[in-house]
Every structure is written in structure tokens, then in C-alpha cells.
Design a protein. Structure first.
Length: 290
């Protein structure tokens, strides 16, 4: 078995998690693959025997599973590194909420035992693909959480012409517009009033950021539809954020958003449901009255 490990090297707390993983697999027929920067980080600051270890130098690697150690941001970065390899990812949480990286520190050993005994399920999560119609290339044009179109300056709002399947739907006058997957419904979209959605639903959510019109609400559309966005800005530019990976583009650049032809595989524990996550992470539906 081959397991790729990615981690947030800016948080030393991951070193204790990595030690638990190395100690557990020390006497097992498992090869651990570490990203080059993570390998150097563990080598310098860690306290574990890195046996049966390979270094991931580039994107040309293979693994049966992948571990992401950090918060949800680290998980998104890990998913981008894995790309289209379809390697199932287990998220070990050292951050705060942890919707994607949802294995707490105290349950690492239990999750490793479950992995070795095949006592888990794999959920397929959809991705958004973004194409810049003027030919501009993005290194990784896929988002597990959301695509965000945002103003670049601090004052003037932007105008975003949104068309769906070729039909003009609305011109958003706002600080920005978020197009989210169901997975991303608990992320940036939720913070601007977007609805929570079960991860397996097949939809996109369009949520304006600080809309100038109070009667413009988040909109849910099937993810089989094509969304085109054209931005007008006084600064003549805007910010495109793809799961937080940002790029400045010129106004009137048209973005085409579609469902990707592949997804992300996420390892989940058998006793864990999305409703449990909502209750534990967001206190959803919990009555605190005494």
C-alpha cells in the first residue's frame, strides 16, 4: 500500500500527528510518500523514524490513499495536488471547524485502523471547472468549494452579468459573486447567507457578496447547466479566486463555469453523517435554552 501525506508546514502541531502515523505504519507493508517541503520540515523539526518513505518531487506520483493534515485549506491544496488521479483523501484536522479535514487528533489511530480494515466509505464530491474564454490559462482550473469573482479595490462595487445556458439571468451589483458546489455550501457561500446543501446534491449555488439590491437572494441551479460571467469594474480589473487561489483579470473577461468531468474522493468514517457534522461543527439545530 502507498499513502501520500500532505500537511500544513506552518503549524508545528502536525509533527505529533505525523509521528503517530509513522509509528503506526512502522511494522506494516506501507510506503509513505511525503511532499518535498513536508519531508524537509519533518526531517528538521520532527521526532520520528521516516522508514519506507519516498519524496514527492512533482505531480508524477501514485498512491492508494492520501492524508491531508491541517485544516480545510490544506485539504483543498491536497486535492489540487492530487488533481485527476482519483486518490481518496482522508482529512486529519489541526484547524478549527474542519468540514473536509474532519478527523480530530484523538481519533487518528481509530481512523488508521478503520483504513487498514477497510471499515470506511468513499464519497465522490463534484468540482467546478472554470474556463477563461480569452485563452488565459490557470494552473489548476478546478474548485471543490467555490469559484469567487470579487472586486479588487476597497470601495466601488462591480457589475457581474450572469448568463445560464446562454440566457441572461441577472446583472449582480455587488462586491462579488460566489458560485459554490454543495461541498462549498458550508464555506464562503454560507458566510454570505447561502443555503446549506447535502454534499451529494447535483447543484451549483450562486451567492452574491454584499449585494446592492436587498431582493437578490442566493440562487440554486442544476450543475449540468453552463454559467457565463462577465465583469465590469471601475478599476478595469477584478479578482478570480478558485478555492482561494487568486488571479487578477481584466474587466469584460468572460468566465465559463461547468461541472468538471471528474470529482474528488473523500474518505469518511462509517459512523459519520453530514447531519452529525452540521450539529458538531455549526451547532445546527441545537437548542441551548435551559
Amino acid at each position: 500500500m502507498r499513502i501520500a501525506i500532505f500537511g500544513n508546514i506552518y503549524r508545528t502541531v502536525i509533527l505529533s500527528h505525523i509521528k503517530v502515523i509513522f509509528d503506526y505504519f512502522n511494522d506494516k507493508d506501507v510506503t509513505l510518500l511525503l511532499d518535498n517541503e513536508l519531508y524537509e520540515f519533518v526531517k528538521e523539526y520532527g521526532d520520528c523514524k521516516m522508514i519506507n518513505t519516498e519524496i514527492i518531487q512533482d505531480d508524477d506520483f501514485f498512491a492508494d490513499f492520501a492524508f491531508s493534515i491541517g485544516g480545510d485549506g490544506t485539504f483543498l491544496s491536497s486535492a489540487a495536488r492530487i488533481g485527476q488521479k482519483q486518490i481518496p483523501i482522508l482529512g486529519i484536522n489541526t484547524g478549527r471547524l474542519g468540514f473536509l479535514a474532519d478527523i480530530p487528533s484523538e481519533e487518528i489511530l481509530l481512523s488508521l485502523e478503520a483504513l487498514m480494515s477497510k471499515h470506511f466509505i468513499i464519497e465522490e464530491r463534484s468540482l467546478i471547472h472554470v474556463e477563461i474564454l480569452d485563452g488565459t490559462e490557470l494552473k489548476y482550473p478546478y474548485a471543490l468549494n467555490e469559484i469567487a469573482v470579487l472586486k479588487q479595490d476597497s470601495s466601488s462595487m462591480i457589475s457581474i452579468n450572469a448568463s445560464i445556458n446562454g440566457d441572461m439571468v441577472h446583472t449582480y451589483q455587488a462586491d462579488g459573486l460566489i458560485v459554490s458546489t454543495p461541498t462549498g455550501s458550508t464555506a464562503y457561500s454560507m458566510s454570505v447567507g447561502g443555503p446549506l446543501m447535502f454534499p451529494q446534491t447535483q447543484n451549483f449555488i450562486l451567492s452574491p457578496v454584499a449585494s446592492h439590491s436587498l431582493n437578490v437572494r442566493p440562487l440554486i441551479v442544476p450543475d449540468s447547466w453552463t454559467i457565463d460571467l462577465e465583469v465590469h469594474s471601475r478599476s478595469r480589473s477584478f479578482l478570480l479566486a478558485v478555492d482561494g487561489r487568486s488571479k487578477v483579470l481584466e474587466q469584460k473577461t468572460v468566465l465559463r463555469l461547468t461541472k468538471a468531468d471528474h470529482g474528488v474522493k473523500i474518505i469518511k468514517q462509517l459512523n459519520q453523517t453530514f447531519f452529525d457534522t452540521l450539529k458538531n461543527k455549526l451547532m445546527w439545530g441545537v437548542d441551548k435554552r435551559n
